[in-house]
Design a protein. Structure first.
Length: 599
C-alpha cells in the first residue's frame, strides 16, 4: 500500500485570478522555493480556529505577531518542556502552521527545572499577576485610543508654534503609527503571558489524572474545571439583562426595527438606554467574528448586532424559554466528578490531586478571558484607530475610502506616510501616492477576492507519527487519529468521529454556519455545524441543541462553551461541513465523540 501523505504546498493549484498574491504579505510568510526541502517534509495544518479566511495585507500583522509571541513564550520565556513554537506559512492567503515538537526525552527532562521555577512563580502569585495583567491591557488600550491621526492642515496651528515644542503634524503621524505598532506588539505579548500557563496547568492535571486513573475519559477531566465564571460570557449576560429590563419597563417594542438610530430614539430617557450606555464600554467592544479581521463587526460600531440579540432574547423570554446558562447544574456535576475521583485516591496522591485540580481551576478561566481582553476589547480599538489613519490618507487623495488602509502591509504604511508628509512639508500638491496607491489597492482587492474562493486543503506535507505539542492537541484538536481520519476522508460517509467535547446525546436538523453573518439563521433545536465557533456566537447557544465542528480540541472555545451551557458537542471532526448537508437530521453523542447522519 502506497504511503499516504497530504499534498505538497508546491503542488496545490492556484485559484484563478490570484497571480501575484505573495506581494500582499511579508516576504517570509509564503511557502517558497528557498525552503522547499524543509517545507515539503513537514506537516502543516490550516489554523481556521483563528484565521479561517484569506488575510488582507495589514490584518496579517496579527498573524505574525501572534505566532512569534506564542513561540517566544513557550521556548524562551517559560521553557515549556515538550513544546517549542509553531512555524507559520501562507498558501494563497491562508495560514498553515506546523508545531515544532521536542522528541528527545533528555532534552525535555532538562527543561523541567527551568519551567518549574519560571511558571511556578506565576502560579504562586496568580491573583496579583492576573490583576496586574488586566491593568496592563486596559492601560495599553487607553494609549491606543489616545493616539491622534489628524489630516495635515494648511498651516500648523499658531498655538502649537507659540508653545515652542518644535514638533509638528508630520512628526505626529509618523510617531503615532510607530506607537500604535508598538502597542499592538505589546498586546500580543500580553496575550501569551498567561495563556500558555493556563493550558500548562490543565495539561499537568490532565496527565496526572491519566496516570492515576488509566481509564478516565478525557471528558471527565474537562468536567473538573467546568462551571467557571468567565468574563468572556459577560457581553452575553448584559444582553440578557437588557432584554429583561426592556420587558419590565414595557419598551420591548423599541427593538422591533433593524435601524439602530430608531431604537436609540425610542429608548432615550429610559432605564434601558441608561443601562445600555453604562455597560457598552467595555462589554460591547466585542466582535461578531474572531476579532482578528478588520471586517469583523464590532458591536459598538454596528449596534444592529447587539440590538438583534436583545430582540431575540425578548421573544424567547415571552415564550417562557430559559435563557440563562445552567451554571449551578454544571458546578454540581463538576463537584460530583471531583469527589468521585478524589475518593479513589489516598495519602500523598490525594493531596497531589487536590493541589493540581485547585491550580487548574484557578488559572483555567484565563484560557477564555484573554480572548475578550485581547481579540475583542483591544483589537476593536486597534481597528478603529487604523480607520482613523485611513481617513487621513483619504483626505490626502491617496485612498478612495478609509478601509483601503488595510490593503497595505504594515511596513508600507510608513512609506506612504512619508510620501504624504514630504510633499506637504515642501508645499507640493503632487505626492506620488495619489497615482501610486489607488490602482495597487484595486488590484490587491481583486486578488483577495480570488483568494477567498480558494478551497483550502485541511493539511499539507508529511503526516507525523505522533503529535506531542500540547496546544495542537488541546486547542486545535490535532492528533495522530484525527490526521488518519483526514487522510482517509470520504465525503460520502455517514458517521463522523471527533473529540467527545461535551456530554449528552441529542438529535436535530443540521444548521451549517460558515461565518458570523450566518448565525442569525439558527433556529430553536438546530444542531450547529461549523468549521469553528467564535466567542461572540454565545447568544446563539441558547437556541441550539448541540454543536459539531471541523477543527478544535477539548479546550477549543466550542468545547468549553458547550460544557458551560450543558450542550452535547463533538469537535475536531475534520469533515463535518464537507460531509453534512443543511437540514439533514443528526444524532450527536458528546460522550463518545460520534456524529451520525440519520437522513
Amino acid at each position: 500500500m502506497a504511503h499516504k501523505r497530504f499534498p505538497s504546498p508546491f503542488d496545490v493549484e492556484a485559484p484563478e485570478g490570484s497571480e501575484g498574491w505573495e506581494e500582499l504579505y511579508s516576504y517570509s510568510l509564503p511557502f517558497s522555493e528557498d525552503r522547499k526541502a524543509y517545507e515539503e517534509d513537514r506537516f502543516w495544518f490550516h489554523d481556521s480556529v483563528h484565521w479561517g479566511e484569506a488575510l488582507p495585507p495589514w490584518d496579517a500583522t496579527h498573524l505574525e505577531y501572534g505566532f512569534m509571541t506564542l513561540g517566544q513564550s513557550n521556548s524562551r520565556v517559560f521553557v515549556v518542556p515538550p513544546a517549542m513554537g509553531v512555524d507559520l506559512r501562507l498558501l494563497y492567503g491562508y495560514n498553515y502552521v506546523s508545531p515544532i515538537q521536542l522528541s528527545d526525552p533528555k532534552e525535555i527532562e532538562a527543561r523541567v527545572p527551568e519551567f518549574m521555577e519560571r511558571a511556578g512563580h506565576y502560579f504562586a502569585n496568580w491573583g496579583a499577576l492576573y490583576d496586574q495583567w488586566v491593568s496592563k491591557v486596559k492601560g495599553t488600550v487607553d494609549q491606543v485610543r489616545a493616539i491622534e491621526f489628524a489630516p495635515l492642515a494648511n498651516r500648523v496651528p499658531i498655538d502649537r508654534v507659540k508653545s515652542g515644542s518644535g514638533i509638528y503634524q508630520g512628526h505626529d503621524l509618523i510617531t503615532g503609527y510607530n506607537e500604535l505598532m508598538q502597542h499592538v506588539l505589546s498586546l500580543w505579548h500580553y496575550h501569551f503571558e498567561l495563556l500558555n500557563l493556563g493550558y500548562a496547568a490543565y495539561l499537568d492535571f490532565f496527565g496526572f489524572c491519566k496516570e492515576a486513573f488509566p481509564n478516565i475519559p478525557d471528558l471527565a477531566v474537562a468536567k473538573m474545571v467546568a462551571g467557571i465564571d468567565i468574563e468572556l460570557f459577560r457581553p452575553d449576560r448584559e444582553l440578557k439583562g437588557l432584554a429583561k429590563l426592556a420587558i419590565e419597563e414595557g419598551v420591548e417594542s423599541a427593538f422591533d426595527t433593524d435601524a439602530p438610530a430608531e431604537v436609540q430614539k425610542k429608548l432615550e430617557g429610559t432605564k434601558v438606554w441608561a443601562k445600555f450606555e453604562e455597560v457598552r464600554h467595555p462589554w460591547f467592544e466585542y466582535s461578531a467574528g474572531t476579532g482578528l479581521y478588520h471586517t469583523d463587526k464590532v458591536w459598538n460600531d454596528h449596534l444592529e448586532v447587539p440590538f438583534g440579540f436583545i430582540r431575540d432574547y425578548i421573544a424567547r423570554i415571552k415564550t417562557g424559554a430559559e435563557i440563562e446558562q445552567p451554571i449551578e447544574k454544571v458546578r454540581q456535576e463538576r463537584d460530583r466528578v471531583i469527589a468521585e475521583y478524589r475518593e479513589l485516591l489516598s495519602g500523598p496522591d490525594q493531596e497531589a490531586f487536590d493541589q493540581k485540580v485547585g491550580l487548574a481551576g484557578m488559572v483555567f478561566p484565563y484560557v477564555e478571558n484573554h480572548n475578550f481582553y485581547i481579540e475583542h476589547y483591544s483589537m476593536s480599538s486597534v481597528w478603529r484607530k487604523m480607520r482613523e489613519l485611513g481617513r487621513v490618507f483619504v483626505e490626502a487623495g491617496f485612498f478612495e475610502k478609509e478601509e483601503d488602509v488595510f490593503m497595505l502591509k504594515r511596513d508600507e504604511v510608513p512609506e506612504a506616510l512619508w510620501d504624504m508628509i514630504s510633499a506637504w512639508g515642501i508645499g507640493s500638491d503632487n505626492p506620488r501616492g495619489k497615482a501610486y496607491w489607488p490602482p495597487r489597492i484595486a488590484k490587491r482587492r481583486q486578488i483577495l477576492e480570488a483568494l477567498r474562493k480558494f478551497r483550502t486543503p485541511r493539511a499539507l506535507g508529511e503526516p507525523p507519527e505522533v503529535v506531542t505539542e500540547p496546544f495542537s492537541v488541546m486547542l486545535w484538536g490535532i492528533t495522530a487519529d484525527s490526521i488518519k481520519t483526514w487522510l482517509g476522508a470520504d465525503d460520502g460517509g455517514k458517521d463522523l468521529k471527533g473529540f467527545a467535547a461535551s456530554a449528552g446525546v441529542v438529535e436535530g436538523p443540521a444548521r451549517i454556519v460558515m461565518k458570523a453573518d450566518d448565525i442569525g439563521s439558527i433556529e430553536e433545536g438546530d444542531i450547529l455545524v461549523a468549521p469553528v465557533t467564535a466567542p461572540s456566537w454565545s447568544s446563539a447557544f441558547n437556541r441550539i441543541a448541540g454543536a459539531v465542528t471541523d477543527i478544535g480540541g477539548m479546550m477549543s472555545h466550542a468545547a468549553i462553551i458547550c460544557r458551560e451551557y450543558g450542550l452535547p458537542a463533538v469537535t475536531g471532526t475534520g469533515l463535518a461541513t464537507s460531509n453534512i448537508k443543511p437540514g439533514q437530521r443528526l444524532r450527536v453523542d458528546g460522550a463518545t465523540g460520534t456524529v451520525t447522519v440519520l437522513g
